[in-house]
Design a protein around this ligand. Structure first.
Ligand code: ATP
Ligand code: MG
Length: 398
């Protein structure tokens, strides 16, 4: 059993000593069967949230209406969720009511996919009534029970299916795939924030293109603002052999370029402001990179990581080979880099010039940095001072 589980065993034991059933469930069990790193060890129990709170001194209510209480053991938080069924689904969304039950099987039955419906006890024994292990072995995403019913209950599960394609590299089982196509329209009932959160995980996974292809061919992509208008262009793009991006923002920038999306459209995706800002910077960087290779000044302003990030977006969208080595070479040879502390400040410029502050400071800073990058100015305070004073005298003399 993985170390993360071993560390959490006392939580199961405490629940069992209280007379309740308790198991590890969900993504961590799936990932450990796959031999992957695990995060977030989740626990399911027959104890009700109130009973869980009685057993553990320090708890936090994180979703008590859904039966989830956060429990701490040796400083590590664990989500402990009461076995439940989800009977009444309104509007193809999360149930507004959950019913707590005492049967583990019932709890596993309400979970989305067979691979996510496996429980593990404190000795590492698996309880797997829907043959999730076999599907994990065959790398198959299959709903627990009828996919039509499960997607009608909660349409978000369809986006979860495609994000697991990307995260795990699995394929969607045939009948589940058919249901994706047939029920995709139900995604119009799902809040954009939740769809976007799953999309973010999709684009952060290891096989985003495969997942996007399925999302495009099943029309799931149509339920993301703006993408519905450009399905052909996106599908065409996905059929090309394009180089890989690395982050969610990079991929989303490429998708934005493919579908002529602009900033205001991202707001409809309900993306966090910080994310929109990063995408905007990537798109601006892309436009410049499209016009010409990075200048030293651009590399100085961007820093090496941001430049490589823009390069990936440019290469993926343009279909041209990325020139990462050229960036590294140019960057390494620059006399100053983004990280280099400057020997002078804006205040120094004011002092030396005797002028009042104003927009000229920024302009002069830029000239000095450009001079340093060109090898004409040395990054030493005295040198910069001399350069500034001589320059000003020249100006006066002219
Ligand atoms: P990750 O590794 O990305 O966290 P996960 O499988 O743990 O993947 P979570 O969103 O953390 O996904 O959900 C935990 C578990 O809850 C899932 O494994 C699944 O059993 C169940 N679950 C989550 N969302 C749904 C849903 N919409 N319908 C049914 N079961 C769900
Ligand atoms: Mg999880």
């Amino acid at each position: 059993m993985k170390q993360e589980f071993v560390r959490a065993v006392p939580v199961l034991e405490q629940l069992e000593q209280g007379g309740y059933l308790a198991y590890f469930v969900g993504g961590s069990v799936r990932d450990s069967i796959m031999g992957k790193e695990i995060h977030d060890v989740d626990i399911a129990t027959s104890a009700t949230p109130l009973e869980v709170k009685e057993i553990f001194g320090h708890t936090i209510d994180v979703g008590i209406e859904h039966g989830t209480v956060l429990v701490f053991h040796e400083g590590v938080p664990y989500e402990v969720t009461t076995f439940r069924t989800e009977s009444t689904y309104k509007d193809f969304r999360r149930p507004d009511q959950v019913e707590f039950v005492t049967s583990l099987r019932e709890d596993l039955k309400r979970r989305d996919f067979t691979m996510n419906a496996i429980a593990m006890d404190k000795d590492g024994c698996l309880y797997d009534p829907f043959c999730g292990r076999e599907d994990i072995e065959n790398q198959i995403i299959r709903t627990v029970g009828s996919p039509d019913e499960r997607f009608s209950e909660d349409a978000l599960r369809m986006v979860r299916a495609v994000r697991f394609i990307s995260q795990l590299g699995f394929e969607v089982e045939e009948n589940t795939y058919r249901a994706l196509s047939e029920k995709a329209n139900l995604l119009s009932h799902i809040a954009q924030e939740r769809k976007t959160a799953e999309f973010q995980k999709l684009l952060s996974g290891k096989k985003p293109k495969e997942a996007l292809r399925v999302a495009a061919s099943t029309q799931i992509l149509n339920y993301y603002p703006e993408l519905d208008k450009f399905t052909e262009r996106i599908s065409h793009f996905l059929s090309l052999e394009v180089s890989e991006c690395q982050t969610f923002e990079e991929w989303l920038s490429v998708i934005a370029l493919t579908s002529s999306m602009n900033e205001s459209m991202f707001k409809e995706w309900k993306l966090p402001v910080a994310v929109i800002k990063r995408i905007k910077a990537l798109l601006l960087g892309y436009e410049r990179r499209k016009a010409e290779f990075f200048t030293r000044y651009q590399l100085y302003e961007l820093g090496i990581e941001a430049a490589h990030s823009i390069e990936r977006v440019w290469a993926a969208y343009s279909g041209q080979p990325a020139e990462h080595d050229r960036i590294d070479d140019l960057y390494a040879k620059m006399p100053i880099q983004k990280e280099t502390p400057l020997s002078f400040s804006g205040n120094d410029l004011i002092k030396w010039s005797g002028k009042k502050g104003g927009p000229w400071i920024k302009e002069t800073m830029k000239d000095i940095i450009q001079g340093m990058l060109d090898g004409e100015i040395v990054n030493e305070k005295e040198f910069v001072k001399r350069w500034l004073i001589q320059g000003n005298n020249q100006l006066k003399n002219n």
